[in-house]
Design a binder for this molecule. Structure first.
Ligand code: 5AD
Ligand code: SF4
Length: 335
C-alpha cells in the first residue's frame, strides 16, 4: 500500500504523525510520491486557528476529487478537527485520543518496532489541557488533563536515548506534570548522546526549580518556549492566562540570570477582543524589551465554543492582521 500522511499543527501532531509513519513503514508500506498515486491519504489535523481549519478542509476536498476517479482510495481524517466537527465523504474519522488506531483501521497489523532510528524523538508526558485560556479550543478537542504514568515515559525514553540526538518531552503545558523538574533532572542524567528539550511551558506554572535543573544538567537544551500571548495585563486577564506582565518578566529575568545563553521563544495573539491600540502598544513594548529569539505571531481567530468568541468589542479582522503584520516587522528589524 502506498500512503500519504499530511500533517498540520503542533508538535503533538508531529509526534503522532511520526509514529504512524513508522508503523506503516515497519509493516512494509511505502510513501506515495503524489496524492494521485496513493492508496490512502491520511490527514492529521489541527483546528487551533480558522486558517488551519479552512486549509485542511480544502485539502480534504481535493482528496475527495481524486477519490471520484479512484474509488479505492481511502481517506482518513484524524486528530483535532475530526474531534471538533463531522467531516463527510471520508472513510476513517478518528479524534485525538484514538488517532493511532488509524493503522489498525487500515487493516495493517501492528509490528513490533525496532528501536527508533530517527534523529529526533518525541515523548508525550501529559495529554489534554484544562486551563481554558479563553481563546483556545484545545481543552474542548483534546479533553481533560491526563498525566502519563512515569514508568511509561521512562520506558519510551530508554528506547530512544541511545539513538536520538534530540528528545522532546511534550505536553500542552509540561509544567502540569507533577514534579516536572524532578522528571527532567532524572532524564537528563541518563547515559546517551542526546539533548533534552520540552514543549510547551505555561508561564503561570513555570517554576524556578525547572530553571535550576536546566542550568545544572548539560544535556538539557538552553531553549524554552514560553508563550506570552500578549503584553498587556488587561488582555491577559481576559485571556484567562493567570499571570501578569510583571510575573512574565520575572521568569524571563530568572531564566537569563541562571542561563545567560538561554533562547526564549514565544507565541503572541494580536487583536484579541477588547484590545485597543494602546493595549497593542504595550505588547509591542514588551516584545522590544524582552528581545525574544523568535516569536510566532497570530491574528486572533474566533473559535466556536470558546469564551472569547462571545466577548464584546471584537476587533475587526483587518486590524488583527495589521497588528500581527506590524509585530512581525518589528521582530524582523530586531533580529
Ligand atoms: N487565535 C489565534 N491564535 C491562537 N492560538 C491558540 N488559539 C488561538 C486563537 N483562537 C495560538 C496561541 C498558542 C498557539 C499554539 O496558537 O498563541 O500558544
Ligand atoms: Fe490552550 Fe491555554 Fe491549554 Fe495552551 S494552556 S492548550 S493555550 S487552553
Amino acid at each position: 500500500m502506498k500512503f500519504v500522511l499530511k500533517n498540520y499543527g503542533c508538535q503533538m501532531n508531529v509526534n503522532t504523525a511520526a509514529k504512524i509513519t513508522q508503523q506503516l513503514l515497519a509493516a512494509g508500506h511505502t510513501v506515495a510520491a503524489t496524492d494521485e498515486e496513493a492508496d490512502v491519504i491520511i490527514f492529521n489535523t489541527c483546528c487551533v486557528r480558522n486558517t488551519a481549519e479552512q486549509k485542511i478542509l480544502s485539502h480534504i476536498a481535493l482528496a475527495k476529487q481524486i477519490k471520484r476517479h479512484k474509488p479505492n482510495l481511502k481517506i482518513a481524517v484524524i486528530g483535532c478537527l475530526s474531534a471538533k466537527r463531522k467531516i463527510s465523504g471520508v472513510d476513517i474519522l478518528l479524534g485525538t485520543d484514538n488517532a493511532m488506531d488509524v493503522v489498525e483501521k487500515l487493516g495493517v497489523s501492528l509490528q513490533t518496532l525496532p528501536a527508533e532510528q530517527s534523529a529526533t524523538a518525541y515523548i508525550d508526558i501529559t495529554y489534554g489541557c484544562e486551563n481554558y485560556c479563553s481563546y483556545c479550543i484545545v481543552p474542548f478537542v483534546r479533553g481533560k488533563l491526563r498525566i502519563r504514568p512515569r514508568e511509561e515515559i521512562i520506558a519510551e525514553f530508554n528506547q530512544v536515548k541511545n539513538t536520538a540526538k534530540d528528545i522532546y518531552l511534550l505536553g500542552q503545558n509540561v509544567n502540569a506534570y507533577p514534579g516536572f523538574p524532578g522528571l527532567l533532572a532524572e532524564l537528563a542524567q541518563q547515559d546517551g548522546d542526546f539533548t533534552l528539550h520540552f514543549l510547551s511551558a505555561h508561564p503561570k506554572d513555570f517554576e524556578i526549580k525547572t530553571i535550576q535543573v536546566m542550568a545544572q544538567y548539560p544535556k538539557i537544551a538552553h531553549d524554552v518556549h514560553l508563550p506570552m500571548q500578549c503584553g498587556c495585563d488587561k488582555i491577559l486577564k481576559l485571556m484567562n492566562r493567570k499571570y501578569t506582565t510583571a510575573d512574565y518578566l520575572k521568569k524571563v529575568e530568572l531564566l537569563r540570570k541562571y542561563i545567560p545563553d538561554i533562547h526564549i521563544t514565544t507565541d503572541i495573539i494580536c487583536g484579541f477582543p477588547g484590545e485597543t491600540e494602546e493595549d497593542f502598544n504595550e505588547t509591542v513594548a514588551m516584545v522590544k524589551k524582552i528581545k525574544f529569539s523568535a516569536a510566532y505571531i497570530f491574528p486572533y481567530s474566533n473559535r466556536t465554543g470558546t469564551a472569547a468568541d462571545k466577548m464584546p468589542n471584537q476587533v475587526p479582522f483587518q486590524t488583527r492582521k495589521a497588528r500581527a503584520t506590524k509585530l512581525v516587522e518589528i521582530m524582523r528589524k530586531m533580529s
